[in-house]
Ligand binder design. Structure first.
Ligand SMILES: [Zn+2]
Length: 54
């Protein structure tokens, strides 16, 4: 589990699926509800990609 930040500053957690068939796949989790993977930032609505997070 790693912390990443959306460009708006919203904190997210990234869980890499190391044991999957696609080892580079990652789940981007809302910090407020870690059980719910998100595809867009809950604050600003920006589409989230692991490559775009900082
Ligand atoms: Zn954002």
């Amino acid at each position: 589990m790693q912390e990443r930040f959306c460009k708006c500053g919203h904190r997210l957690k990234v869980q890499y699926t190391l044991d999957g068939f696609i080892p580079w796949e990652a789940l981007i989790l809302n910090d407020e509800s870690v059980e719910s993977p998100v595809k867009v930032c809950p604050r600003c609505g920006t589409y989230l990609s692991i490559h775009f997070l900082r």
